[in-house]
Design a protein around this ligand. Structure first.
Ligand SMILES: Cc1cc2nc3c(=O)[nH]c(=O)nc-3n(C[C@H](O)[C@H](O)[C@H](O)COP(=O)(O)OP(=O)(O)OC[C@H]3O[C@@H](n4cnc5c(N)ncnc54)[C@H](O)[C@@H]3O)c2cc1C
Length: 384
C-alpha cells in the first residue's frame, strides 16, 4: 500500500529541513526524504562549515522555534578592501541602528536544531527517490526499498545536483568559476572584535569570519590549481601566505584546522516550478560564496513558499496547482536574480584583467566609505 501525504520534501539539508518544519507547523501533512543519515550531533570543537546568517533568516528560524542555536557569533562590523586596508569600506551595524549585521553559525548546529524540532512522523531518513511521476491527481515517488509515496506536491531541496530537477528536464544555466574555495578555521594574534574581513584579490575574494571561540573561519576563493597548491602547503607556509594575503589585518596566524576544498559554480534553473514540483535552495540556484548568501537565499525561498501555500489553502484555493506555485516562482526569481547578478558582477569586476578597473573599484570602495547615505543604503540592501 502506498503511503500518502500532502507534501513530500526531498533533501533534508538546512533548506529542506526548514521548509519541512514550517509546513508541518502550518498543518500540512509532510514527509521529509533524506538520502543520507540524520545529521550527526555537532562535532567538537567547531564544525568547519559555517554560514553568515542574515537577520531575515534568523527571524524565520526564530518563528520556527529553532533560534538561537548554540555557539553563534554575532558580527557587528565588516571591512572590505582591495589594495590597502586604509582604503577599506567599513560597515557597522550602528550605521543602520542595529546591534548586529548577522551571525556566523555552524552548519551542524543549524541542521541539528531543525531536525530535532521535526515531529516524529515527518523525517524518513535514508530514503532515496528512484523514480517520480507527476499525475493530474498526485505525484508518485518510487523509493529505494520498494516503498511508494503519493503526494499532492513534491519539493526538491536536494542541493546543487538535483536528480528531480534533471529528471523533470528543467534547463539549468551554469558557469564554472574555475575557482575553488579553501575553507579552514585559524587562530590569529589579533582579536576579531566581531568584525568580518574581506579582501578582493585578483585570484578571487578572501574572507575571514569571526567565530564564537575567538578563532576565525577562512573562505579563500582561488583559481582551482592555486587552491589545490594552497591546500598542499605545510602549515607554517600556509599561515604565512594567508596572513600576508589579508595584509596582516588579523595579525600572525599560528594554527589552523584541516583545509577543505569546495569547487565554485554559478547555477540557475530556468524554471522553479512544474506540475506538482517546486525547486528550492541550491536545487534552484547556486551562487558564489563571496556575499555569504546561499543559505539565506534558500531560506528566503522557504519563507515565500510557506506564505504562498498557506495563504492559498486558507483561501480554499488549489494550493498545489500551477497557478499558485507560479506566484512563488515570480517572487523568488526576482530576488534571486538580483543576488546572482550582484555576486557575479563583483567577482568579475575584481578579477578583470583590464588595467584601470581595479583602481576605479578601489577608489569606489574608499569613496563609498565616506558617503554616509550611500553606505547606509548598501548596508540596508545587504541586510534585507
Ligand atoms: C565555501 C562555501 C561557503 C559558503 N558560505 C555561505 C555563507 O556564509 N552563508 C550562506 O548563506 N551560504 C553559504 N554558502 C552556500 C551554502 O553552502 C548553500 O547555499 C547551502 O548549503 C544550500 O543548502 P540546501 O539545503 O539547498 O542544499 P544542501 O546543503 O546541498 O542539502 C541538500 C540535501 O539533500 C540531500 N539529497 C540530495 N539528493 C537527494 C535525493 N535524491 N534524495 C534525498 N536526499 C537527497 C543531501 O544529502 C543533503 O542533505 C557557502 C557555500 C560554499 C561552497
Amino acid at each position: 500500500m502506498a503511503d500518502r501525504c500532502d507534501i513530500a520534501i526531498v533533501g533534508g539539508g538546512i533548506v529542506g529541513a526548514a521548509v519541512a518544519l514550517g509546513l508541518s507547523q502550518a498543518g500540512f501533512d509532510v514527509r521529509l526524504l533524506e538520502a543520507g543519515a540524520a545529521p550527526p550531533p555537532a562535532p567538537e570543537p567547531v564544525d568547519p562549515r559555517v554560514y553568515a546568517i542574515a537577520p531575515s533568516s534568523a527571524s524565520l528560524m526564530q518563528r520556527l522555534g529553532v533560534w538561537p542555536v548554540p555557539r553563534l557569533c554575532a558580527y557587528d562590523g565588516m571591512q572590505v578592501w582591495e589594495s590597502a586596508p586604509e582604503r577599506a569600506l567599513r560597515f557597522s551595524a550602528a550605521d543602520v541602528g542595529r546591534v548586529q549585521l548577522g551571525w556566523i553559525a555552524e552548519q551542524s548546529q543549524l541542521l541539528g536544531a531543525l531536525w530535532a524540532a521535526l515531529p516524529a512522523r515527518v523525517p524518513m531518513t535514508q530514503a532515496r527517490v528512484l523514480a517520480a511521476e507527476y499525475g493530474s491527481d498526485a505525484a508518485r515517488l518510487q523509493l529505494e526499498g520498494g516503498q511508494t509515496l503519493h503526494a499532492s506536491l513534491v519539493i526538491a531541496a536536494e542541493g546543487a545536483q538535483s536528480p528531480l530537477r534533471e529528471r523533470a528536464g528543467i534547463v539549468l544555466h551554469s558557469r564554472d568559476y574555475g575557482q575553488q574555495a579553501v575553507v579552514t578555521h585559524v587562530e590569529c594574534s589579533e582579536p576579531h572584535r566581531g568584525v568580518a574581513l574581506q579582501r578582493f584579490l585578483p585570484g578571487g575574494p578572501l574572507a575571514l569570519l569571526p567565530l564564537a571561540d575567538g578563532r576565525r573561519s577562512v573562505v579563500w576563493s582561488l583559481p582551482a590549481d592555486e587552491a589545490q597548491a594552497m591546500c598542499a602547503l605545510p602549515d607554517d607556509d600556509f599561515h604565512q601566505a594567508l596572513a600576508s594575503a589579508i595584509q596582516f589585518e588579523a595579525g600572525a596566524i599560528s594554527a589552523s584546522t584541516p583545509r577543505l576544498l569546495f569547487p565554485l559554480r554559478l547555477m540557475h534553473a530556468e524554471q522553479y516550478v512544474r506540475e506538482r514540483l517546486v525547486l528550492i535552495g541550491d536545487s534552484a540556484h547556486v551562487i558564489h560564496p563571496l556575499a555569504g548568501q546561499g543559505v539565506n537565499l534558500g531560506l528566503g525561498d522557504v519563507e515565500q513558499l510557506l506564505t504562498t501555500l498557506t495563504q492559498a489553502r486558507d483561501e480554499r484555493r488549489d494550493w498545489s496547482g500551477l497557478r499558485v506555485l507560479r506566484r512563488y516562482e515570480r517572487a523568488r526569481k526576482a530576488a534571486n536574480i538580483e543576488m546572482i547578478a550582484l555576486t557575479d558582477a563583483l567577482d568579475r569586476a575584481f578579477r578583470t584583467p583590464v588595467a584601470l578597473l581595479p583602481r576605479v573599484l578601489d577608489n569606489g570602495l574608499a569613496l563609498l566609505d565616506r558617503v554616509a547615505p550611500a553606505k547606509r543604503l548598501l548596508i540596508q540592501r545587504a541586510l534585507a
